[in-house]
Every structure is written in C-alpha cells, then in structure tokens.
Design a protein around this ligand. Structure first.
Ligand code: DON
Length: 580
C-alpha cells in the first residue's frame, strides 16, 4: 500500500478545467459592471452566495439577499423560480428536504417530502398475479405522491422569513408570465421529451414545454401563463392557493382523468414536518444532514465514519485502493439502507445502531483490503432488538452567515410527465421511490422491503442528502446534489475531495465520480473518470466495472481558509453561482 499522496491525471485535468472555466467566467462577469454581484460556474465572494441549477434562479436568489433578505427568503424565491425556469426538477408538484444552519441557534431540518395518498396500499403497483405493472409507478397520475413543496416553503418562511411571501414569489411569477430564454440543454431536452409529453397529457395543444410549430432552440422564450396564474393564487392565498381552491380542484381533476388516487382530502391534510437532523463528525468537522424519510443523512454518516478508519488522502484521489475501499463501504451501507430505512413515522428505523461506532468498526473489519466482497454475501446487519435523473439542489449563504441546503425533486426528469391542465405544473412520480414489491428494484436499481413498503400517508424513502458542515464551530461547507441512488455517494465524494484530497470547491464539484450501491454489483464510474490502469487493478481485485454517463450535479459553497465564500456550480449542467 502506498502511503504517499498521489494525485491522479484526472485530478490535474479537473484543476485545469476549473481554471479555464473560472478565468473565462471572470472575464464574462466583468461585462456586467453595473451589477453588484459576480456570477459564473465558480465565484468567490465575501458575504453571500447562491448556487442553483439555473442562472435565472440563482440571480433571483442573490438579488433577494442584496435587497436585505435572509437565506430562507432567498430559498423561497429560488425554489419558486426553479419551478418555472427548471421544470425538469424544480417544482411545486414535488417535494424535498431542507437543512438550515442559522448564524446563531440550532440547526433545523424540514421534511417536505411527498406522501402516499390516503387510498394507497402495499400492492397497488402489482397485478392479480403479484407481478409489477410496468411503468405504473413511473408515468401517469398513479405515479404521484401528494406534493409537499409549497407547504415546506411556507412553513420555513413562517418560522424564519423576513420578506413577505408574495414578494418572494413575484420573481417566479414574472418569469412564468413574461417568459425567460431557455438554455441549449433545455431546448434539446424539451425536444427529446416532446412525444412523451404528448402521449401522457390530455390536450396536446396546451402542454407548456411542447412546441408544435417547430423544435425548441436555445434562446427561445418560454412563457407559462397557467403556471403564472397558479403562482398568483399562492401569492394571494398562501398555502390555500395550492392545497385548496382552484389549484387543488385542477390537480384532483387531472388525477381523476387518468385513474389517479389523489383527492382533495389528501391535499388539505398535507403537512411538512420539522425533523431532528442527523449530526456526526468527520475528521474534526461537524456534519449535519437529513434524517428519515431520507436515507441520505444516515448513509452519508455511515460512509464518513467508516472512511475515518482509512488514510484516504494518503492513498490518493481515484487510486485503485481508494476506490476499492469506498466501494466496499458503499456496498455495506446500501445493503443496510435496503433493509432498515423507511419513513420513521411508520417504521422503526434503527438509527442509533446504524450509526454506532462499534457496529461500523465491525463492518470495516469485514473489508478485505485487496479483494472485493461478493454483494450476495453482504447482508444488512440484523440488529437483535429490531422489531421490525431528476432532482435539483441549491445552496445558499446570506450576508449574515445563515446557510441553507435544499434538495428537491419530482423524481425522474419531468416527474410523471403529467402537467396539471390549467395549472401549468408537472406532477411528481415519487411513488416509485417506495419498494413496490420486495426484491424488485426501483428505477434507480434500489431494493427495499417492509421498511419502505407502500402505506397510506407514508413518505417514500429518499436518497436526497442536503448537508452542511462546520469547522471549529463556523460554517464550512453547504453541499448537495441530484442523482437518485448516486446522491449519497456524490455528496460523500465531494466531502472527501475537499477534506481528504485537498481540493477547492470547484475542483471537488467538477472531478469525475464513481458509484457503487451494493446491487447491482458494479462500480459505475463516469466516462473517463478513472484511467485504464486503475480499472485493470480494480478488476484484478474482483470488481466489475461499467462506465456510465454523468453522475450528479453538485451545487456547493465552501468557506475557504481566508473566510471567502467559494460557490461552485457543477459543469455537468447549466448550474450557476452568484455572490457578492
Ligand atoms: O428522493 C430520491 O431519492 C429520488 N426521488 C431522487 C431522484 C433524483 O435524484 C433523480 N435525479 N437525477
């Protein structure tokens, strides 16, 4: 085993790429001299920072802070703006999780995850022979859970906001009503989904993202009048503008038109919930992340606690031994996830056992340093006393140092593909995050059993991992990402990149990623993330490797040694940072 710190070729490439991006952004920024904030893929600033998946939403957020708003005000404004400018994942028809670290006071976490409707039941996606009905939990009204985003935003705003809700939704309203120019990636995406949208919506002449006259092009202005009217109703009536009245009526009508089961009562009953965050330590840093119904916080803490047993920095970034150890830890953590994690309001999650130092040490001892374990032999630990690609992330720090980390989703890209007719927003397909049948993987290949079985009003298990790190009692990092099952390992790697491999935020975000999730038993590196020599070593250790496309889109903020905020938007998408 080499104890010398070895940087791989990819790491140098990532550094070079980041430098090019940063320099070009610096010149791009200098064009906008009248603005009081800098923006780009990578931005350094003294006071405040917003990083999100879309430049328009990032600008909305930083402008709220410029006008004196706090991190929660900016969060609300960014969330509604993303529902307009990033409809593949930004949403009012979905849900998510928030970790909030006020400058002074306790770290809070809010669960605004979707819920199974009252009429949901365990076998609802199985036919009379117990076989899964193809696609039923993924497309169409049956795939949707009861949306939580609007209640989540309003509850957070009631507790911490300082600017009236109406004013915070106004930028989103304007973006929907007057339109905004779409990016090249968005144009290509909307064109690709055209036939899918037409197939799954009632009126093909009025689908917000479908152009019938010609293909979308970069710079085309997307106007969403029905969505603007929905946002206006929320501006005027708050929670009731979504969960009651016209919007609710339209939503239920849309569900009924396609045999969906969400009723008015489901909407009226929906409540976001304040939860205790998962708190842990990693190499002297304090980590705050999301607890159940997300698996993210527990799984991330398990990975970090196990990682503390190994000199990952000395072993080197993306060296075979480092990837082997990460894979072996991930294999065990995802096995635990499948067995033990679910909505803790319905299932006793053995959180303390899963995070117990002794238990994790036992797991570490099972790892062979030179050979892969067969996933079939890795079972979730049996605790004696136990009774039993689309999402988006944004990170915000305001001028007084309050920080918020939010991951939100309608599950797959464009959720259930169903727009609520007349209300202009997409509904989620989050029901697929439940385990529809033990042993049958969901769309991300994740397995589950009783802990994550469908029950009325239960929240489906998530992998979303909004996270905040502290160093010596001060804010250190705000981080999160989309990516389904790869969310946990992407957040994990971003933290390792900074803490163990000495990268800055932009390098940590842009570096290649590698993923393993116990089953299927493959290491999934992004294309070109690891070199051929490293692959051969890993294969000789018994690993199977399958290259895949992009993993995650991390939007993160780091407080560097000089106290400067470094915002980094993932180069894999249109992600964008802005700060002052
Ligand atoms: O909550 C979850 O874990 C999933 N619904 C997230 C989906 C996702 O990240 C898809 N994006 N790429």
């Amino acid at each position: 085993m080499s104890t010398k710190r070895i940087y791989s070729y990819q790491f140098h490439m990532a550094r070079a790429l980041v430098l090019v991006v940063f320099v070009s952004q610096f010149f791009a920024c200098s064009v906008f001299e009248s603005k009081n904030y800098k923006e780009g893929k990578s931005v350094f600033a003294n006071k405040a920072m917003v990083v999100s998946a879309h430049p328009e939403a990032t600008r909305v957020g930083i402008e709220v802070i410029e006008k004196g708003g706090n991190a929660i005000d900016a969060m609300v404004a960014v969330h509604f703006a993303l529902a307009v400018v990033y409809p593949s994942a930004g949403n009012i028809g979905g849900g998510g999780f928030m970790i909030y670290r006020p400058m002074d006071g306790e770290v809070a976490s809010l669960d605004f995850r979707e819920k199974a409707p009252l009429a949901a039941y365990e076998e609802m996606y199985q036919d009379e022979n117990g076989e899964i009905i193809d696609g039923l939990s993924l497309v169409g009204p049956m795939a949707s859970g009861v949306p939580g985003s609007v209640d989540g935003m309003i509850q957070a705003h009631e507790k911490y906001g300082s600017i009236p809700l109406k004013d915070l939704i106004e930028p989103a309203y304007k973006l929907a009503n007057k339109g905004f120019p779409i990016t090249e990636k968005q144009a290509n995406n909307y064109n690709r989904y055209k036939t899918v949208f037409i197939e799954h919506n009632q009126d093909s002449t009025n689908i917000p993202l479908v152009r019938l006259d010609r293909e979308w092009k970069e710079g085309d202005v997307l106007v969403q009048k029905d969505l603007a009217r929905t946002l206006k109703r929320i501006q005027e009536n708050g929670r009731d503008g979504f969960y009651k009245g016209e919007t609710a009526k339209l939503l239920v009508a849309e569900m009924k038109a396609g045999n969906g089961i969400i009723e008015l009562e489901d909407l009226v009953k929906y409540q976001a919930k304040w939860r205790a965050p998962i708190i842990g330590d990693y190499r002297g840093l304090k980590v705050y992340s999301m607890g159940p119904p997300s698996s993210g916080g527990i799984a991330l803490m398990q990975l970090l606690k196990m990682s503390a047993h190994f000199p990952l920095g000395d072993l080197g970034f993306h060296q075979a031994e480092t990837i082997h150890l990460m894979t072996e830890m991930e294999r065990r953590v995802y096995a635990d996830r499948a067995e033990h994690l679910g909505d803790a309001d319905f299932w006793e999650v053995p959180k303390d056992d899963l995070l117990d130092d002794g238990y994790l040490e036992t797991r570490v001892k099972q790892i062979n340093s030179s050979y892969a374990t067969d996933s079939e032999e890795v079972l979730a630990m049996d605790f004696d006393h136990q009774e039993s690609e689309e999402t988006t992330h944004y990170s915000i720090v305001d001028s007084t140092g309050n920080a918020v980390s939010v991951t939100t989703t309608i599950n797959s890209g464009y959720g259930s593909k169903v727009f609520v007719t007349g209300a202009g927003f997409l509904m989620n397909n989050e029901m697929d995050d439940f385990s529809s049948k033990p042993g049958v993987p969901n769309v991300y290949g994740l397995l589950g059993g009783k802990a994550n079985a469908i029950q009325a009003e239960k929240r489906m298990l998530s992998a979303m991992t909004p996270t905040i790190l502290e160093k010596d009692g001060d804010l250190f990092m705000v981080v999160g990402t989309p990516g389904g099952s790869t969310i946990i390992t992407s957040v994990y790697q971003t933290i390792l990149n900074v803490v163990d491999h000495g990268m800055n935020m932009a390098e940590a975000v842009s570096s290649g990623r590698v993923h393993h999730q116990w089953k299927p038993n493959f290491i999934f590196p992004e294309k070109d993330a690891i070199d051929e020599a490293t692959k051969s070593i890993l294969e000789s250790m018994g690993h199977s490797i399958t290259e895949r496309g992009n993993i995650g889109r991390v939007d993160a903020i780091l407080v560097n040694a000089d106290g400067l905020l470094e915002g980094a938007g993932d180069p894999r998408g249109d992600d964008w940072a802005a700060g002052f």
